[in-house]
Design a protein around this ligand. Sequence first.
Ligand SMILES: C[S@@+](CC[C@H](N)C(=O)[O-])C[C@H]1O[C@@H](n2cnc3c(N)ncnc32)[C@H](O)[C@@H]1O
Length: 440
Amino acid sequence: MAAPIQTRGVHLPIAAGMPCERPAAAAAPVAVASRDLSAPERAGTNSPLPMQRWPEVSAGLAVTASAAGAHALFGARVAALAQIHSASTALSPPGASAGLYPGHDAHFNFDCFSNEPGLAATLDKLTQRGGAAIGVSGSIFDVAAAIEADLLVSVDQNPAVREVTLLLSAVLLLVDGKGSEHGWDAPRRAREVLHRLLPAALCDDPHATLDAAAAQLILDESATVAKELTEAGLLPTEQQQAATELLTSVAMKLLKSPQTLWCRGPGAPEKVAHLSRLARDGRIVAITTDLGAADLGPKLSSLLRERRAQATAFNLSNAFDYIADVSGVCQTLATLPRSADAVVVTSTTHLDFNLERGTQKDQLIQSLGSFQAPAASPADAWLQPGGLGAELHAAIWQAPRQRRALLGYVNHRTRVSDPETLEVFKDLVERGHERAGRTR
Ligand SMILES: C[S@@+](CC[C@H](N)C(=O)[O-])C[C@H]1O[C@@H](n2cnc3c(N)ncnc32)[C@H](O)[C@@H]1O
């Protein structure tokens, strides 16, 4: 029997996060209840769901390779999942969630699936293949599948992204094992994955709403999937409750996400097959850290060297809406080995409004893309000295509205003073940390 690989759990809640803007016109053919699930504070008490947030207290998801020998069908898959867990834990520094975002509400502050209706069309045009897909949010799965990456590296400052990445890996491995047992083809496997993330009745009903019956169905089926994972050895029994809650949140997110994603819509069978291969080979790593963290570059470089991969796609989604030190992030990413044709995938929702009018603004907004049409630009254009990263950084620090917004995201306040420079901003954030530390 394989030696146990003990992985440390990930703890929620975190003291980090920032709101992820949802486009008003997000493609959501499935009608959902009028309340915005991204704003739990507005959810009120009449929610059909007892659980509206990520679990407040969770032991995290962990799996040990010791279970591998016990499950003939899933043995190798359990070992692969344990490898994914241990690599992810080893690379995520303890307490690394806060970064420059010591806000109090990390719940729903990220997307386990892309919320960009135009992402699939942008990714369809990519010609890059193989290498590492590195970046934020659940949309890293879409990017990794689109370029048939050899390695998927989730780097996100919100630990909930790591939790979900590990959970999705477990679901892929569960269906992969069952698919082998029953001889399922690729479309069937994709359907089986999707139906474990969102009950079939809700996937198939274009008029489904998140009413009490749907909520109950989601809760029940999430519990069933968690039990299945446990029976396969892909989830310890004591984590069934945490996984049920996470799966419930995943389903709620999926209900209002775009219809074309790695797990549904055209190409899903191939994408699920590719991601399942990555999971089976332990080629998924989820790191919780700030993209601006000083030690990220060396850490990621070692990972890429160890896995013999170069970065091919950086998925930044609309993170630049929230990042104060854009130059610092770009300089870090520039240190990573990357292929000559590497791309940076971006979008923005806030900067068009917040940046000051000027010659650079229009070019920057065009380079960033939007939720309807995210951009995939050559990495060189963003990461070279004096490139788009440096230009965006300068434009942000010339824009009082964006400077205030950045501080507001940190403080979770609307009325904030203008930090004027990055140094002042960092100092205010640091002092905010100290204040928060004193009052805890
Ligand atoms: C702004 S959200 C939006 C989600 C996105 N539109 C999508 O479709 O998935 C992007 C993600 O970037 C992450 N993020 C923002 N700033 C970050 C930073 N400095 N370091 C690491 N992750 C960051 C957030 O935690 C979040 O998960």
